[in-house]
Design a protein around this ligand. Structure first.
Ligand SMILES: NC(=O)c1ccc[n+]([C@@H]2O[C@H](COP(=O)([O-])OP(=O)(O)OC[C@H]3O[C@@H](n4cnc5c(N)ncnc54)[C@H](OP(=O)(O)O)[C@@H]3O)[C@@H](O)[C@H]2O)c1
Length: 297
Protein backbone atom coordinates (compact mmCIF):
# COMPACT_ATOMS: atom_id res chain seq x y z
CA UNK A 1 0.00 0.00 0.00
CA UNK A 2 1.35 3.40 -0.92
CA UNK A 3 2.34 5.78 1.85
CA UNK A 4 -0.40 8.33 2.35
CA UNK A 5 0.71 11.84 1.66
CA UNK A 6 -0.33 13.01 5.09
CA UNK A 7 1.67 15.18 7.40
CA UNK A 8 0.97 14.11 10.97
CA UNK A 9 0.52 17.26 13.08
CA UNK A 10 2.38 17.67 16.37
CA UNK A 11 1.32 18.76 19.82
CA UNK A 12 3.77 21.04 21.59
CA UNK A 13 4.70 19.73 25.03
CA UNK A 14 5.19 22.12 27.97
CA UNK A 15 8.98 21.72 27.59
CA UNK A 16 8.77 22.95 23.99
CA UNK A 17 9.37 19.55 22.35
CA UNK A 18 6.83 18.32 19.81
CA UNK A 19 5.00 14.99 19.88
CA UNK A 20 3.12 13.63 16.82
CA UNK A 21 -0.63 13.48 17.49
CA UNK A 22 -0.92 9.79 16.64
CA UNK A 23 1.33 7.05 17.94
CA UNK A 24 1.82 3.39 17.04
CA UNK A 25 1.85 1.14 20.12
CA UNK A 26 3.96 -1.97 20.67
CA UNK A 27 2.10 -3.16 23.79
CA UNK A 28 -1.31 -4.86 24.24
CA UNK A 29 -1.52 -7.17 21.22
CA UNK A 30 2.29 -7.36 21.03
CA UNK A 31 3.02 -7.77 24.76
CA UNK A 32 5.36 -10.71 25.61
CA UNK A 33 5.04 -12.08 29.14
CA UNK A 34 8.44 -13.77 28.95
CA UNK A 35 11.34 -11.38 28.42
CA UNK A 36 13.56 -14.27 27.34
CA UNK A 37 11.28 -15.44 24.54
CA UNK A 38 12.61 -15.12 20.99
CA UNK A 39 12.15 -11.93 19.02
CA UNK A 40 8.72 -11.59 17.47
CA UNK A 41 9.35 -11.18 13.75
CA UNK A 42 5.65 -10.32 13.24
CA UNK A 43 6.06 -7.26 15.45
CA UNK A 44 9.26 -6.20 13.68
CA UNK A 45 7.42 -6.43 10.36
CA UNK A 46 4.32 -4.67 11.73
CA UNK A 47 6.31 -1.80 13.22
CA UNK A 48 8.27 -1.44 9.97
CA UNK A 49 4.97 -1.38 8.12
CA UNK A 50 3.65 1.31 10.48
CA UNK A 51 6.74 3.45 9.84
CA UNK A 52 6.43 2.87 6.10
CA UNK A 53 2.76 3.84 6.25
CA UNK A 54 3.76 7.15 7.81
CA UNK A 55 3.70 6.66 11.59
CA UNK A 56 6.62 8.48 13.18
CA UNK A 57 5.61 8.23 16.85
CA UNK A 58 6.38 4.79 18.28
CA UNK A 59 5.26 3.81 21.78
CA UNK A 60 7.11 1.14 23.76
CA UNK A 61 7.75 0.08 27.35
CA UNK A 62 10.24 -2.15 29.18
CA UNK A 63 7.38 -4.28 30.54
CA UNK A 64 6.11 -5.13 27.03
CA UNK A 65 9.38 -6.99 26.37
CA UNK A 66 9.24 -5.66 22.81
CA UNK A 67 11.92 -2.96 22.85
CA UNK A 68 14.34 -5.11 20.84
CA UNK A 69 11.74 -5.63 18.12
CA UNK A 70 11.00 -1.91 18.05
CA UNK A 71 14.72 -1.17 17.83
CA UNK A 72 15.14 -3.61 14.93
CA UNK A 73 12.17 -2.06 13.11
CA UNK A 74 13.60 1.43 13.54
CA UNK A 75 17.01 0.33 12.27
CA UNK A 76 15.57 -1.57 9.31
CA UNK A 77 13.08 1.15 8.37
CA UNK A 78 15.78 3.35 6.89
CA UNK A 79 14.02 6.42 8.34
CA UNK A 80 16.47 8.76 10.03
CA UNK A 81 16.33 8.87 13.81
CA UNK A 82 15.51 12.58 13.93
CA UNK A 83 12.30 11.95 11.95
CA UNK A 84 11.01 9.52 14.61
CA UNK A 85 9.55 10.11 18.08
CA UNK A 86 10.27 7.14 20.35
CA UNK A 87 8.70 6.62 23.77
CA UNK A 88 9.50 4.01 26.37
CA UNK A 89 8.39 3.52 29.97
CA UNK A 90 9.78 2.20 33.23
CA UNK A 91 7.99 0.05 35.79
CA UNK A 92 9.67 -3.38 36.13
CA UNK A 93 12.95 -1.78 37.17
CA UNK A 94 11.40 1.26 38.86
CA UNK A 95 13.79 0.74 41.80
CA UNK A 96 16.69 1.66 39.51
CA UNK A 97 15.56 4.21 36.93
CA UNK A 98 19.11 5.18 35.80
CA UNK A 99 19.85 1.48 35.16
CA UNK A 100 16.45 0.92 33.52
CA UNK A 101 16.89 3.67 30.92
CA UNK A 102 20.32 2.30 30.01
CA UNK A 103 18.88 -1.18 29.51
CA UNK A 104 15.97 0.17 27.43
CA UNK A 105 18.30 2.24 25.24
CA UNK A 106 20.54 -0.78 24.68
CA UNK A 107 17.55 -2.91 23.62
CA UNK A 108 16.25 -0.15 21.37
CA UNK A 109 19.72 0.44 19.91
CA UNK A 110 19.32 4.18 20.51
CA UNK A 111 21.30 6.79 22.42
CA UNK A 112 18.18 8.61 23.60
CA UNK A 113 14.40 8.36 23.61
CA UNK A 114 12.14 11.30 22.85
CA UNK A 115 9.90 10.55 25.81
CA UNK A 116 10.44 8.49 28.96
CA UNK A 117 7.48 7.73 31.23
CA UNK A 118 6.90 6.23 34.65
CA UNK A 119 4.47 3.54 33.48
CA UNK A 120 2.19 3.66 36.53
CA UNK A 121 2.09 5.18 40.04
CA UNK A 122 0.66 2.12 41.79
CA UNK A 123 4.06 0.75 42.95
CA UNK A 124 4.16 3.64 45.48
CA UNK A 125 0.92 2.56 47.16
CA UNK A 126 0.02 6.18 47.84
CA UNK A 127 3.42 7.07 49.35
CA UNK A 128 4.05 10.64 48.14
CA UNK A 129 7.75 10.58 49.00
CA UNK A 130 8.27 7.44 46.93
CA UNK A 131 6.65 9.13 43.91
CA UNK A 132 8.69 12.31 44.45
CA UNK A 133 11.97 10.36 44.69
CA UNK A 134 11.21 8.50 41.48
CA UNK A 135 10.32 11.74 39.73
CA UNK A 136 13.65 13.23 40.83
CA UNK A 137 15.38 10.26 39.14
CA UNK A 138 13.37 10.94 35.97
CA UNK A 139 14.66 14.52 36.08
CA UNK A 140 18.20 13.12 36.22
CA UNK A 141 17.48 11.05 33.11
CA UNK A 142 16.29 14.20 31.32
CA UNK A 143 19.38 16.12 32.47
CA UNK A 144 21.63 13.35 31.10
CA UNK A 145 20.08 13.76 27.64
CA UNK A 146 18.96 10.11 27.53
CA UNK A 147 15.34 11.32 27.30
CA UNK A 148 14.36 14.58 25.64
CA UNK A 149 11.06 14.78 27.53
CA UNK A 150 9.85 13.02 30.68
CA UNK A 151 6.35 12.23 31.81
CA UNK A 152 4.09 9.73 33.50
CA UNK A 153 1.37 7.23 32.70
CA UNK A 154 -1.78 6.17 34.54
CA UNK A 155 -1.34 9.00 37.06
CA UNK A 156 -4.45 10.43 38.71
CA UNK A 157 -4.77 13.79 40.44
CA UNK A 158 -3.27 12.75 43.81
CA UNK A 159 -0.21 11.22 42.11
CA UNK A 160 0.35 14.32 39.98
CA UNK A 161 -0.22 16.64 42.95
CA UNK A 162 2.43 14.70 44.87
CA UNK A 163 5.17 15.04 42.24
CA UNK A 164 4.30 18.64 41.38
CA UNK A 165 5.08 19.59 45.00
CA UNK A 166 8.79 18.84 44.48
CA UNK A 167 9.26 18.73 40.69
CA UNK A 168 11.92 20.93 39.11
CA UNK A 169 10.80 19.76 35.66
CA UNK A 170 7.06 19.25 35.37
CA UNK A 171 5.78 16.08 33.66
CA UNK A 172 5.31 16.89 29.99
CA UNK A 173 2.51 14.39 29.46
CA UNK A 174 0.40 11.73 31.18
CA UNK A 175 -0.50 8.66 29.10
CA UNK A 176 -3.86 7.34 30.32
CA UNK A 177 -6.64 5.08 29.12
CA UNK A 178 -9.02 7.57 27.57
CA UNK A 179 -12.08 7.06 25.41
CA UNK A 180 -15.75 8.10 25.66
CA UNK A 181 -16.52 5.28 28.11
CA UNK A 182 -13.67 6.34 30.45
CA UNK A 183 -13.40 10.13 30.69
CA UNK A 184 -12.10 10.28 34.29
CA UNK A 185 -14.39 13.06 35.61
CA UNK A 186 -12.49 16.37 35.62
CA UNK A 187 -9.03 14.86 35.03
CA UNK A 188 -8.71 16.40 31.55
CA UNK A 189 -9.56 19.87 32.88
CA UNK A 190 -7.02 19.35 35.68
CA UNK A 191 -4.29 18.64 33.12
CA UNK A 192 -5.17 21.81 31.17
CA UNK A 193 -4.98 23.78 34.37
CA UNK A 194 -1.56 22.34 35.29
CA UNK A 195 -0.24 22.55 31.71
CA UNK A 196 0.35 18.81 31.38
CA UNK A 197 -0.54 17.20 28.03
CA UNK A 198 -2.43 13.91 27.73
CA UNK A 199 -1.89 10.88 25.53
CA UNK A 200 -4.79 8.44 25.21
CA UNK A 201 -4.28 4.70 25.01
CA UNK A 202 -7.16 2.33 24.30
CA UNK A 203 -8.93 4.98 22.18
CA UNK A 204 -10.70 2.30 20.14
CA UNK A 205 -12.03 0.27 23.08
CA UNK A 206 -15.66 1.43 22.55
CA UNK A 207 -15.67 -0.48 19.25
CA UNK A 208 -13.18 -3.27 20.00
CA UNK A 209 -13.98 -4.57 23.50
CA UNK A 210 -17.04 -2.51 24.49
CA UNK A 211 -19.15 -2.50 21.36
CA UNK A 212 -22.92 -2.59 21.74
CA UNK A 213 -22.90 0.48 24.01
CA UNK A 214 -24.85 3.76 23.71
CA UNK A 215 -22.27 5.31 21.36
CA UNK A 216 -22.75 2.87 18.49
CA UNK A 217 -25.50 4.73 16.59
CA UNK A 218 -23.76 8.12 16.88
CA UNK A 219 -20.42 6.68 15.74
CA UNK A 220 -22.17 5.03 12.79
CA UNK A 221 -23.89 8.25 11.72
CA UNK A 222 -20.73 10.36 12.04
CA UNK A 223 -18.72 7.70 10.18
CA UNK A 224 -21.28 7.95 7.37
CA UNK A 225 -21.16 11.75 7.37
CA UNK A 226 -17.36 11.89 7.05
CA UNK A 227 -17.08 8.71 4.91
CA UNK A 228 -14.68 7.10 7.40
CA UNK A 229 -14.91 4.21 9.90
CA UNK A 230 -16.20 4.46 13.50
CA UNK A 231 -12.60 3.92 14.65
CA UNK A 232 -11.52 7.08 12.89
CA UNK A 233 -14.31 9.02 14.61
CA UNK A 234 -13.02 7.78 17.98
CA UNK A 235 -9.44 8.78 17.16
CA UNK A 236 -10.65 12.18 15.95
CA UNK A 237 -12.65 12.67 19.18
CA UNK A 238 -9.38 12.27 21.09
CA UNK A 239 -7.32 14.49 18.78
CA UNK A 240 -9.98 17.22 18.64
CA UNK A 241 -9.42 17.64 22.38
CA UNK A 242 -5.67 18.24 21.83
CA UNK A 243 -4.93 14.77 23.16
CA UNK A 244 -2.43 12.42 21.51
CA UNK A 245 -3.96 9.11 20.34
CA UNK A 246 -1.88 5.94 20.82
CA UNK A 247 -3.26 2.99 18.91
CA UNK A 248 -2.02 -0.13 17.20
CA UNK A 249 -2.94 -2.55 14.46
CA UNK A 250 -1.32 -5.42 12.65
CA UNK A 251 -3.42 -4.61 9.57
CA UNK A 252 -2.06 -2.46 6.80
CA UNK A 253 -5.49 -1.21 5.77
CA UNK A 254 -6.36 -0.06 9.30
CA UNK A 255 -2.98 1.59 9.81
CA UNK A 256 -3.47 3.49 6.62
CA UNK A 257 -7.13 4.33 7.32
CA UNK A 258 -6.28 5.69 10.76
CA UNK A 259 -4.02 8.31 9.23
CA UNK A 260 -7.08 9.70 7.41
CA UNK A 261 -8.04 11.26 10.75
CA UNK A 262 -5.90 14.19 9.68
CA UNK A 263 -8.10 14.87 6.68
CA UNK A 264 -11.23 15.85 8.63
CA UNK A 265 -12.30 17.40 11.93
CA UNK A 266 -15.36 16.92 14.14
CA UNK A 267 -17.30 20.03 15.05
CA UNK A 268 -17.16 21.09 18.75
CA UNK A 269 -20.83 20.05 18.99
CA UNK A 270 -20.05 16.56 17.67
CA UNK A 271 -17.17 16.19 20.14
CA UNK A 272 -19.58 17.14 22.91
CA UNK A 273 -22.29 14.76 21.67
CA UNK A 274 -19.81 11.86 21.75
CA UNK A 275 -18.67 12.86 25.24
CA UNK A 276 -22.25 13.06 26.47
CA UNK A 277 -23.30 9.73 24.95
CA UNK A 278 -20.13 8.10 26.33
CA UNK A 279 -20.85 9.26 29.87
CA UNK A 280 -23.93 7.01 29.96
CA UNK A 281 -21.71 3.95 30.03
CA UNK A 282 -18.53 2.89 31.82
CA UNK A 283 -15.81 0.59 30.54
CA UNK A 284 -12.19 0.19 31.66
CA UNK A 285 -9.97 -2.04 29.55
CA UNK A 286 -6.72 -1.93 31.55
CA UNK A 287 -5.46 -2.01 35.13
CA UNK A 288 -8.75 -3.56 36.28
CA UNK A 289 -6.96 -5.24 39.20
CA UNK A 290 -6.31 -1.76 40.66
CA UNK A 291 -9.77 -0.20 40.28
CA UNK A 292 -13.24 -1.17 41.49
CA UNK A 293 -15.64 -2.08 38.71
CA UNK A 294 -17.59 1.17 38.88
CA UNK A 295 -14.62 3.45 39.63
CA UNK A 296 -14.46 6.10 36.89
CA UNK A 297 -11.38 7.91 38.23
N1 LIG B 1 0.42 3.08 29.51
C1 LIG B 1 -0.32 1.99 29.63
O1 LIG B 1 -0.60 1.50 30.74
C2 LIG B 1 -0.85 1.35 28.36
C3 LIG B 1 -1.87 0.39 28.45
C4 LIG B 1 -2.36 -0.15 27.26
C5 LIG B 1 -1.84 0.25 26.04
N2 LIG B 1 -0.83 1.17 25.98
C6 LIG B 1 -0.23 1.58 24.68
O2 LIG B 1 -1.24 1.92 23.79
C7 LIG B 1 -1.12 1.15 22.59
C8 LIG B 1 -2.48 0.95 21.95
O3 LIG B 1 -3.28 0.28 22.88
P1 LIG B 1 -4.66 -0.41 22.58
O4 LIG B 1 -4.43 -1.81 22.12
O5 LIG B 1 -5.47 -0.30 23.79
O6 LIG B 1 -5.21 0.46 21.39
P2 LIG B 1 -6.60 0.51 20.67
O7 LIG B 1 -6.35 1.55 19.67
O8 LIG B 1 -7.75 0.71 21.60
O9 LIG B 1 -6.82 -0.92 20.02
C9 LIG B 1 -5.95 -1.50 19.11
C10 LIG B 1 -6.37 -2.95 18.94
O10 LIG B 1 -7.67 -2.99 18.39
C11 LIG B 1 -7.67 -3.73 17.18
N3 LIG B 1 -8.47 -2.95 16.24
C12 LIG B 1 -8.14 -1.80 15.65
N4 LIG B 1 -9.15 -1.33 14.88
C13 LIG B 1 -10.14 -2.24 15.00
C14 LIG B 1 -11.44 -2.34 14.46
N5 LIG B 1 -11.91 -1.41 13.63
N6 LIG B 1 -12.20 -3.41 14.80
C15 LIG B 1 -11.72 -4.38 15.62
N7 LIG B 1 -10.48 -4.34 16.17
C16 LIG B 1 -9.71 -3.29 15.86
C17 LIG B 1 -6.25 -3.88 16.73
O11 LIG B 1 -6.10 -5.18 16.20
P3 LIG B 1 -5.76 -5.51 14.65
O12 LIG B 1 -4.32 -5.86 14.64
O13 LIG B 1 -6.66 -6.65 14.34
O14 LIG B 1 -6.10 -4.28 13.84
C18 LIG B 1 -5.46 -3.73 18.04
O15 LIG B 1 -5.25 -4.99 18.65
C19 LIG B 1 -0.42 -0.12 23.05
O16 LIG B 1 0.19 -0.82 22.01
C20 LIG B 1 0.57 0.46 24.02
O17 LIG B 1 1.68 0.98 23.32
C21 LIG B 1 -0.36 1.74 27.13
Amino acid sequence: MAKLDINIPDLTLPDGNKIPLIGYGTGTAWFKTDGNSPKDQKLIDAAKLAIKTGYTHLDGAEVYNTEEELGDAIKQSGVSRDKLFVTTKVITNIQDIPGAIDTSLKKLGLDHVDLYLIHAPFFAKGDETALQQKWAQMEEVAASGKAKSIGVSNFLKPHLDAILKTAKVRPAINQIEFHPYLQHGDLVAYHKNKDIKIAAYGPLLPITKASGGPLDPLLASLAKKYAVSPGEILLRWVIDQDIVAVTTSSKEQRLSDYLRVFTFKLTPKEVEEISDAGKDHHFRGFWNHIFDKEDRA
